[in-house]
Design a protein around this ligand. Structure first.
Ligand SMILES: [Zn+2]
Length: 348
């Protein structure tokens, strides 16, 4: 992104040549805009800049109704406009493919448009709208239960329900449970959410991954944990180490990690930790090492249940034929992580 000074000037001048280069969020209204938005120029201290629509959403901003940042200068096909309008009317609504179809939208077409325009699926976008708003506010220190009540969530019930389920905060229950502190972390591959106790990192995952909510629930059950917003030394260390990882100056992680799971899952995760930086290994290799040569599929399942993305490098496991296979955070991220590691290794 350009420097903040340049971006601020572009906003003041409503410079359309910066369209697609950055997006701006206005903290007083929690709205994000394109640089050329005709709405009143916000005070500099209320401005935040983002490199993508996804990032703006993940920080808890909702799209401006005036400049419609999702639609990008008239590029939005006519067939899609009614759907975007529906989403704005009720952001908490979950759309099944069948419902899309019934409303006259072709699910594959919708998915393709979101993927090509915003690098995320339609469902990823909806999830980002549901969770991002709350996490963004938590990141700014708002009380948990207030998060999600404004910021464009006219239809709050579904949102609040989903959120309370995820970060269950029942004071009675909290007494005998591990307290996990949770906050969003920004990475070059998008927003992640991290949770840690005072001594260990327990959760690190891309916020838009499909199984995100399920993962959080499983962890809460396994660790007997409740979540509260905030920050601590473990989360700060994680953020720093991730920065170093993406800068190519860190190959291994030192932050203490907790990995509650079944014996099988833990044995697979231990194997993942043994795969060297920049290298890959096949599901079947891990199955053989664990003396269960026919258990490739079970290795894949345990791999998918890893809750410490990047740190426990499940992205380094591929199919025996060399193809990438699946990745919870999206295949494009798996490819980018592997490319990044190979590049760093090649350079050293
Ligand atoms: Zn605007």
């Amino acid at each position: 992104m350009p420097s903040p000074r340049v971006m601020h000037q572009a906003v003041c001048e409503r410079d359309k040549s910066f369209e697609g280069v950055f997006w701006l969020g206005v903290t007083s209204t929690r709205i994000f805009c394109r640089p050329g938005c005709p709405a009143r120029t916000p005070k500099p201290e209320n401005l935040r800049f983002f490199p993508s629509v996804a990032e703006s959403l993940a920080h808890g901003f909702r799209p401006c109704r005036r400049c419609r940042p999702l639609e990008r200068c008239g590029e939005t096909p006519d067939w899609l406009r009614p759907l975007l309008a529906e989403v704005e009317k009720d952001p908490a609504r979950r759309w099944r493919d069948a419902e899309l179809q019934a409303a006259g939208f072709h699910p594959v077409r919708v998915r393709r448009w979101f993927q090509s325009q915003h690098g995320m699926t339609f469902h990823g976008y909806l999830r980002a709208r549901r969770l991002g708003a709350a996490l963004g506010k938590i990141g700014e220190g708002e009380p948990l239960l207030n998060a999600g009540f404004d910021a464009g969530y006219e239809s709050v019930s579904g949102f609040r329900e989903a959120f309370e389920k995820m970060f269950r905060l029942s004071p009675g229950r909290a007494r005998n449970q591990t307290a996990l502190v949770v906050r969003p972390l920004t990475t070059p591959l998008g927003m992640m959410v991290a949770a840690a106790t005072d001594t260990e990192l327990c959760f690190l995952e891309f916020h838009d991954r499909r199984a995100f909510e399920a993962q959080v629930k499983t962890l809460a059950r396994r660790a007997g944990a409740t979540y509260s917003p905030g920050d601590n030394a473990i989360l700060q260390q994680t953020e720093l180490e991730l920065e170093e990882y993406f800068a190519g100056t860190r190959l291994d992680f030192d932050v203490p990690m907790a990995m509650p799971g079944s014996d099988w899952e833990r044995s697979v995760w231990e194997q993942l930790l043994a795969i060297p930086y920049g290298e890959t290994c096949a599901y079947s290799d891990i199955a053989k090492t664990l003396k269960r040569p026919k258990a490739s599929r079970a290795v894949g399942t345990a791999n998918g249940r890893n809750r410490l993305t990047i740190l426990v490098p499940c992205h380094r496991v591929i199919r025996a034929d060399g193809s990438l296979s699946g990745y919870g955070g999206g295949l494009w991220r798996k490819q980018k992580l592997l490319d990044h590691e190979r590049e760093v290794r090649g350079a050293s």
